[in-house]
Design a protein around this ligand. Structure first.
Ligand code: SF4
Length: 310
């Protein structure tokens, strides 16, 4: 693993290739999941960390209060997506500064409860923080010098044994040689050795999706940490991704088994301090709602069961 920023050979062309994602009938082989739960990197990590947390999020769909930090992350991703939607020559820092306001007008609609909590003064600080993160991005890459193949591509794929994977890949770059790079932006700081494994879990997940949709192993996985302007890169190997695929299959089998039995045990760790579900968790004296059962059909049929934590 290497930390300094680097580039794939040939990743310098600004010749534009059409965006590729599963929403535009592209080469991504999509699998509509018809309301069934899917396995994303976040949900996989949830189940590994605490099966009850997975259940409350993915099956009961009990809404959590989004943190300001999470909303800022959504905003920064939206700005970077908009930035790459501009002609390469226009992707300058001054132009990026102007994108925060328009991106915010989209993001704010998705998070009205957060907007309500922001005073005008706090909103300006919030937008400035997002702009500062985007400015830091320029220390790591020059977006005027290449065109990504896709940004924020929603990818769904079903593995051969039926595991339904879902991911939103921040960016996919393709070098002149055809080499693929999978990129993920993080608005936090680069992790230490312990959390690095967790970060790589997400990238391996995406690399496997690329392998299964395109039949090619990405040449590079790149995590861009904006808070401290660090890049973490990783070169995946096919055998490693195949082993990872078996790990995901085993994890999904465990999720389905818990889904059938309704037995989603709490797993108390230090991460409980950040868990919104404490009031519903036996580890904290709470009681989970009755298990609604494994969703199989139209997700809207279950929406009346969804509740919000007070
Ligand atoms: S508080 Fe801890 S044990 Fe309880 S659901 Fe949340 S993460 Fe799991």
């Amino acid at each position: 693993m290497s930390v300094p920023p680097d580039s794939l050979p040939g990743m310098r062309s600004t010749a534009r290739t059409p965006p590729v994602d599963d929403r535009s009938g592209s080469e991504f082989r999509t699998t509509l999941t018809g309301g069934r739960p899917t396995l994303s990197p976040s949900r996989a990590m949830d189940f590994k960390q605490c099966p009850l947390k997975y259940r409350l999020r993915a099956i009961d769909r009990i809404a959590e209060t989004p943190s300001l930090q999470a909303v800022r992350g959504t905003l920064v991703h939206a700005v970077l997506e908009d930035l790459f939607g501009l002609p390469a020559a226009e992707r300058l820092p001054e132009r990026a500064d102007t994108l925060a306001a328009s991106a915010w007008s989209r993001v704010r609609g998705e998070r009205p409860e957060v907007v309500e909590s922001l005073t005008d003064q706090r909103l300006e600080v919030f937008l400035d923080e997002a702009r500062a993160l985007v400015r830091r991005y320029y220390r790591l890459e020059d977006p005027t010098r290449f065109d990504p193949e896709s940004c924020e591509a929603r990818v769904e794929v079903e593995l051969d044994d039926g595991v339904p994977l879902l991911g939103i890949i921040d960016r996919i770059d393709v070098a002149a040689t055809g080499a693929l790079r999978v990129v993920d932006y993080k608005t936090g700081r680069a992790p230490g050795p312990t959390r690095e494994t967790q970060a790589l879990f997400q990238l391996k997940f995406y690399a496997l999706m690329v392998l299964r949709t395109r039949g090619r192993v990405p040449a590079q996985l790149r995590l861009i940490y904006l808070a401290d302007a660090q890049i973490l890169t990783y070169t995946p190997q096919e055998q490693e991704l195949l082993r990872f695929e078996r790990t995901l299959s085993a994890l999904w089998a465990a999720i389905e088994e818990a889904g059938r039995s309704g037995d989603f045990q709490p797993n108390s760790t230090r991460l409980c301090s950040y868990c919104d579900y404490q009031p519903l968790c036996p580890e904290f004296g709470g009681t989970p709602p009755p298990y609604p059962g494994w969703p199989t059909g139209d997700p809207t049929a279950r929406s009346t069961a969804a509740t919000r934590l007070q």
